[in-house]
Design a protein around this ligand. Structure first.
Ligand code: COA
Length: 325
């Protein structure tokens, strides 16, 4: 049995914040942001919108496309590092809102690699026969944790959610291989130090801080490593890839790695110019748009590769099955 995707959905907040909007409040400009990151605009949620509010929209779309009756859902996993509250988990909030009374539910904390981690966990449950139908969501609202005066971070992130419904398939397609890694010794390079049990009074503030250069170097290294390692596990070559969906952090990271690996531009999906870095949402949001754009067809080999705080990274190889929505 393999885990195959039978429904995909995504959601972003309505509010668009352009580079020029940011330039009004912080010392930056459109030209700098475009050339250093590829980002043109991002979506920002308002104060009344929590991560679960975007996650539920993405989940409902994915479930509708899958045609799966909600009572048949066995498990909900949400990759997020910006939950509505420390507990209950976003997954439990979704379980209640969806009325998925039979489903177990938990969150996975792996920042921008959260979707790769959650998808890997979900596929294990399906492959070993423990569960049959699993909802996997990547959702984050990191703009709530930005210092809007720090031009090194506030230009990068946006909010969003993406979801897939997985089911057990005997057809030989679906998730062929997963690969995960963590480099905890570099955890301080991208960190939200405030508000946790180490700092309950939020003396360190509640803002993301980042060593951009170090994270950039890490990203370039592990994007390549994750693609090579996961392909090895699937016994496939770079030339077998029909579409790479990398974490949408910075177009320079993506271009540098894919050029080095000999992957042509038409085999690499990029939508970060519209959304910035939406953390755990970025890969399922891009997958949903790639499908809508007609970039994925039956039998295609799709590689998803993510990297982020932790530091973490992970990748998944999917052989696409055409009952997929
Ligand atoms: N607008 C204008 N100038 C800016 C700026 C901004 N938003 N941010 C930084 N600068 C300035 C710096 O102050 C510096 O000026 P100086 O030379 O006078 O000191 C100059 O631009 C170069 O800064 P630097 O930090 O070297 O830029 P960079 O090329 O490394 O780009 C990032 C910065 C953040 C875009 C880049 O490091 C990056 O993308 N890192 C990875 C981040 C990431 O993807 N994080 C999430 C991973 S999941």
């Amino acid at each position: 049995m393999r885990a195959t995707i039978i429904g995909v959905g995504s959601a972003v907040p309505d509010k668009v914040v352009t580079n020029n909007d940011l330039a009004k409040t912080v010392d930056t400009n459109d030209e700098w942001i475009r050339t250093r990151t590829g980002i043109q605009e991002r979506r920002v949620s308002d104060n009344t919108t929590a991560t679960s509010d975007l996650a539920i929209l993405a989940a409902e779309k994915a479930l509708k496309k899958s045609g799966l009756a909600i009572e048949r859902l066995d498990l909900i996993i949400v990759g997020t590092t910006s939950p509505d509250c420390l507990f209950p988990s976003v997954a439990c909030i979704l379980q209640k809102k969806l009325g998925a009374s039979k489903a177990a539910a938990f969150d996975v904390s792996a920042a921008c690699s959260g979707f790769n981690y959650a998808l890997t966990v979900a596929s294990q449950f399906i492959e070993n026969g423990f569960y049959k139908n699993v909802l996997v969501v990547g959702a984050d609202t990191l703009t709530k944790y930005l210092d809007w005066h720090d031009r090194g971070t506030c230009i990068l992130f946006g909010d969003g959610a993406g979801a897939v419904v997985l089911t057990a398939s005997p057809n030989g397609s679906g998730i062929l291989a997963n690969w995960l890694k963590a480099e905890g010794h570099m955890g301080d390079k991208l960190i939200m130090p405030g508000g946790g049990s180490r700092d309950p009074e939020e003396k360190n503030g509640r803002f993301i801080t980042m060593d951009g250069k170090e994270v950039f170097k890490f990203a370039v290294r592990v994007l390549e490593e994750s693609i090579r390692e996961v392909l090895k596990k699937a016994k496939l070559e770079i030339s077998d890839i029909n579409l790479l969906i990398p974490h949408q952090a910075n177009v320079r990271i993506i271009n540098h790695v894919t050029k080095k690996m000999g992957l042509p531009k038409e085999k690499v999906y990029v939508n970060l110019h519209k959304y910035g870095n939406t953390s755990a949402a970025s890969i399922p949001l891009a997958l949903d748009e790639a499908l809508a754009d007609g970039k994925i067809k039956n039998g295609d080999i799709i590689v998803l590769s993510g990297f982020g705080a932790g530091l973490t990274c992970g990748a998944n190889v999917i052989k696409w099955e055409d009952n997929n929505a």
